[in-house]
Design a protein around this ligand. Structure first.
Ligand SMILES: Nc1ncnc2c1ncn2[C@@H]1O[C@H](COP(=O)(O)OP(=O)(O)OP(=O)(O)O)[C@@H](O)[C@H]1O
Ligand SMILES: [Mg+2]
Length: 271
């Protein structure tokens, strides 16, 4: 069973400031996340949602507590190791898209692949394929300002998944979008989830919780309510998520659950 546990947070505390300015963004926070969950995190402004996502995404560290990611305690590891793990396992989507304005979108999408050892040509090919998935291939040499908000967020999602991470973290990804674009973005996240990826998303919009398998409400740095709407046994299993074909000689930059499961299926068939 435990192999299905992807993330364990135990007694996480994040404190900012000291004395009069002391604030606890997270207080003794415990959370276990299984592979294949689509978690929506809600709660009032300032309750610690972004802090939580930043710590899970290895962009920030807790003041105390344990963070176990894929069986490895990552709370105390070096920044370098954190950056490596982040590149391999985690894709981010932000409210403001966070695209680099003076790079064409194909280069924006290729950015997470910079440290993977692929050649630039290969990185651009993979980015192009990722953009194709979101129907933006024809615009790959456009600059972000030439796209609508919804299109920019789809570019950001393409960038988040280009390295085939198993975790997607999204901080109010529809916060700056109209309802039609929000819907398109949510459908994209849904299909990424159905392929077996784990998604943790912060939102202020209760109507989006229909996409989630679990809804967590936070209050003052702690969990207020935690409701699973889909049984663990019904969570999607990793299938072929992957948008890129890998040449045999390249070292995979990430874990490939899809390949593993195919192998397992084959060996089962042989038996
Ligand atoms: N760099 C920082 N320095 C000091 N306090 C901070 C810092 N970052 C966050 N905080 C505080 O930590 C608390 C949690 O902030 P966080 O950004 O996680 O909230 P949030 O739930 O994401 O809010 P919102 O819905 O407005 O985005 C807040 O009280 C905030 O003021
Ligand atoms: Mg926030």
């Amino acid at each position: 069973m435990s192999e299905n546990i992807l993330i364990e947070l135990k007694g996480l505390t994040k404190r900012y400031g000291y004395g009069d300015t002391e604030t606890f963004a997270l207080k003794d926070f415990d959370l276990t996340i299984k592979r294949g969950e689509f978690i929506m995190i809600m709660g009032p402004s300032g309750c610690g949602k972004t802090t939580l996502l930043d710590i899970i995404g290895l962009l920030d560290r807790a003041t105390h507590g344990e963070y176990i990611l894929g069986g490895e305690n990552v709370a105390g590891i070096s920044s370098r190791r954190q950056a490596k793990l982040r590149a391999k396992k985690i894709g981010f989507v932000f409210q403001n898209f966070n695209l680099i304005e003076d790079l064409p979108i194909i280069e924006n999408v290729a950015l997470p692949l910079v440290y993977t050892g692929y050649t630039k040509t290969s990185r651009l090919k993979q980015a192009s394929r990722a953009l194709g998935r979101f129907h933006l291939q024809e615009r790959e040499y456009y600059y972000p300002y030439q796209l609508s908000g919804g299109q920019q967020q789809r570019v950001a999602i393409a960038r988040a998944i280009v390295g085939s991470p198993e975790i997607i973290l999204a901080d109010e990804p529809t916060g700056n979008l109209d309802s039609r674009s929000s819907h398109i973005v949510m459908e994209e996240l849904k299909s990424i989830h159905e392929e077996g990826n784990t998604i943790i998303m912060v939102t202020h919009n209760p109507s989006l919780t229909t996409y989630a398998t679990r809804v967590i409400n936070m209050l003052d740095g702690q969990i207020d309510t935690d409701i699973k709407t889909v049984a663990d046994s019904n969570l999607p299993q990793p299938v072929s998520v992957k948008i890129k074909k890998r040449k045999k000689k390249s070292t995979p930059a990430i874990e490939l659950p899809a390949k593993k499961s195919k192998k397992r299926q084959k060996s089962r068939r042989k038996k």
